[in-house]
Design a protein around this ligand. Structure first.
Ligand SMILES: Cc1ncc(COP(=O)(O)O)c(C=O)c1O
Length: 395
């Protein structure tokens, strides 16, 4: 989260004073609904549902798309565990595919991994970077696959002018504490497909046949992922801040890139499928070996410029997904997608040796997080230190 303040405090106080903390029973036109209206305006989609988390939004998206046992869903090997976990939650099997130098799903690797059981793909817009949605959509269309965008880490970013999360059949956002805007915990599903919307609405509210919705899809039981009015009040203010936050992040990322390019060292800014659409939460660099990256990072740190490497990104790296590697997809064996009869013909080949190209790219990449409050001089100073380290190590 980049900014929060008095406006959020006032909005929460108003909800508490109203004694209307639940979104229904009088709160129908309250904060949760206001967030959905705002999301539809910002993203230009016809439907939006706010809910308890990004994971919930992914699960509802997959449910909306009709994904279940017997299906495989392609997921990039560099993402937060929840992208793959959501697939298991609906009884299907995640199949990992490599990322490319943009650290998002490699379209060629995606196409390569499509098999007879593949029903959908989840491109993940990692750390604000847009996945290469043009070719991904073309391939998905060619093979008749559904596309659920995981935009949890890239709220408001865009690809060729279109907001991330609205290019595929549906998109998931997360508003947890570490995201571009936040209400502590929360999520949203975006779609312009009425069928996906209605099914997701049922699923997120235990079937919700008892509410006053006008729905045409057959009802079914689901889960309880409803958003409450307090968090919605925070989120509504945060949504108003979104474009301002993005503009400042992007400006600082651009200052950093320009400063690096001006120095003309061997330091290479990682490619992007859309530099302008990138949310600007970090700047990524790519080296020819992990050793080179380590040496430059070490020297840069001595000079006062700290970088991070995605290979150390914990649960974003599939080799750390212990429960998944051990095929523990659910507590009860009969509910475990890895053991289900319907999934017998699905590929269950996730091991630490899967997607070694991704692991190599992560180890060769370094990132500089964007400080939204930094001045231009501070951005340039940090870039200069990294360039100095690169100059000393890479020549
Ligand atoms: C790429 C990605 N997908 C999904 C999620 C899940 O979001 P949440 O924590 O809101 O459930 C996250 C959260 O960190 C994420 O980074």
């Amino acid at each position: 989260m980049f900014e929060i303040g008095q406006e959020e405090i006032d909005a929460v106080a108003q909800v508490i004073n109203s004694r209307q903390l639940f979104r229904y029973r009088g709160g129908e036109d309250g904060q949760a609904t206001a967030c959905e209206t705002r999301l539809k305006e910002i993203f230009g989609c016809s439907e939006a549902i706010v809910m308890t988390s990004g994971t919930a939004a992914l699960i509802c998206g997959l449910t909306g798309l009709g994904i279940g046992p017997g299906d495989e869903v392609i997921v990039p090997a560099y993402t937060w565990l929840a992208s793959a976990g959501a697939v298991l939650s609906v009884g299907a099997i995640p199949v990992l595919a490599d990322v490319d130098e943009t650290l998002t799903l490699d379209p060629a690797a995606f196409e390569d991994r499509i098999g007879p059981r593949t029903k959908a793909v989840i491109p993940v817009h990692m750390a604000g970077r847009p996945a290469n949605m043009g070719p991904i959509m073309d391939i998905a269309k060619k093979h008749g696959l559904a596309v659920l965008e995981d935009s949890c880490q890239a709220i408001g970013g865009s690809y060729k002018g279109q907001r991330l999360g609205t290019i595929g059949d549906a998109g998931a956002l997360s508003f947890n504490m570490f995201k571009i805007i936040s209400c502590g915990e929360g999520g949203a599903l975006l779609t312009s497909n009425r069928k996906v919307f209605e099914r997701a609405l049922y699923y997120h509210d235990m079937g919700c046949t008892f509410r006053e919705h006008t729905l045409t899809e057959e009802p079914f039981l689901g889960n309880t992922f409803r958003m409450n009015e307090i968090l919605s009040a925070v989120l509504h203010v945060q949504l108003g801040r979104l474009d301002g936050i993005l503009a400042r992040l992007r400006e600082r990322r651009q200052w950093t890139i320009a400063a690096v390019e001006n120095k003309n060292t061997k330091l290479r800014v990682a490619p992007s499928s859309d530099h302008e659409g990138d949310c600007g939460v970090q700047t990524s660099f790519i080296f020819s070996s992990a050793k080179e990256r380590e040496l430059v990072a070490e020297r840069a740190a001595e000079l006062g410029c700290n970088t991070a490497s995605p290979i150390n990104h914990g649960m974003h790296v599939h080799t750390n997904w212990k429960v998944l590697l051990e095929k523990k997809g659910a507590l009860h064996p009969a509910m475990n997608p890895f053991l289900r009869e319907e999934n017998r013909d699905c590929r269950m080949d996730i091991t630490p040796d899967t997607c070694t190209r991704t692991l190599d790219l992560l180890a060769r990449s370094a990132t500089l997080g964007t400080n939204i409050a930094a001045t231009r001089e501070e951005c340039e100073e940090r870039a200069a230190k990294l360039c100095q380290a690169a100059g000393e190590i890479l020549g």
